[in-house]
Ligand binder design. Structure first.
Ligand code: GUN
Length: 283
């Protein structure tokens, strides 16, 4: 079997075109969706991600501003900034790019962002609402993954979804979203014994380990859907995922490439959350 490739870039473009129209409609009502991005320090990867987010906002008609702060900023100063953004009615979404310098407690920062402006979906209130299946901001990468599966009408109900990776940003929440869609979910991670025993059972395999070639064709069940969340930069500067794409695509039914897979969908879901924040979460 040769897999159908799920083109995340094409789906992202389609969704962004729909969102452009929604943004125009909001503007006619006097609502100008606005995202404020906070970047601390000069991590090149973070800078590049933030640039991508701002560009996507511009292209969709969403205004954004970037607050760049030196690594030397104190936790107290950053908290004060977030409090000010919480109070600013022109700011609909607040995104503090992670990771933060080690002297700043990330969890403290995340919890200070008002849940109605939490477009990352990282606040414990957002996570709790997601777990209860309530209306909330969903974390962007998991939300993008489920949207990709839905776009290809890949059934989740009753299917065995195996997640490799248990980060708060991807692994844990994507498992929860798949559970909300009535999948049977198994979490695997660095301490899992005999990983292949689990991966070979997966109807839907989500790979978020951050290592090139972590998964090969012989780890995959024939006809599985393989979602590669990895973004690894090789020595030659090229990007690759966590899955050995060339071998895996001969065994899977559906597979996401890297680049042009999950990555563009993550940013697209951030745009969606920002529009939702501008409309008001309760709508
Ligand atoms: N760092 C890596 N991914 C993310 C993300 O989705 N949101 C934020 N705020 N920081 C990140």
């Amino acid at each position: 079997m040769t897999a159908e490739i799920i083109n995340g870039k094409a789906l992202a473009d389609e969704l962004r075109n729909e969102m452009k129209v929604e943004v125009e409609e909001l503007k006619k009502q006097g609502i100008y969706p606005h995202l404020t991005v906070v970047l601390v320090g000069d991590n090149p990867a973070s800078k590049s991600y933030v640039n991508g987010k701002e560009k996507a906002c511009r292209e969709t008609g969403i205004s954004s501003d970037l607050i760049e702060l030196p690594t030397s900023i104190t936790e107290e100063e950053l908290l004060a900034l977030i409090e000010r953004l919480n109070q600013d009615s022109a700011v609909h979404g607040i995104l503090v790019q992670l990771p933060l310098p080690t002297h700043i407690r990330e969890q403290q920062i995340i919890e200070t962002i008002h849940p109605n402006k939490d477009v990352d979906g990282f606040h414990p209130i957002s996570i709790g609402r997601m777990m209860a299946g309530m209306n909330t901001f969903l974390p962007c990468t998991p939300f993008g993954i489920v949207t990709m599966l839905q776009s290809k009408h890949i059934p989740m109900e009753g299917k065995h979804a195996v997640i490799i990776g248990r980060s708060n940003i991807v692994g844990k929440p994507v498992g929860q979203l798949l559970l909300n869609e009535n999948a049977t979910v198994t979490y695997c991670h660095s301490r899992t014994k005999d990983l292949q025993q689990f991966t070979k059972q997966a109807d839907i395999l989500i790979v978020a380990v951050g290592k090139p070639n972590a998964i090969h064709a012989n780890d995959i069940k024939e006809g599985a859907t393989v979602i590669d969340v990895g973004i690894n930069r090789l020595e030659d500067g090229s990007l690759t995922g966590d899955v050995d794409f060339e071998s895996a695509k001969e065994k899977a039914a559906f597979i996401t490439p890297v680049p042009r897979g999950v990555g563009p969908m993550t940013i697209t879901m951030l745009l969606k959350n920002t529009i939702k924040a501008a409309e008001g979460l309760e709508k």
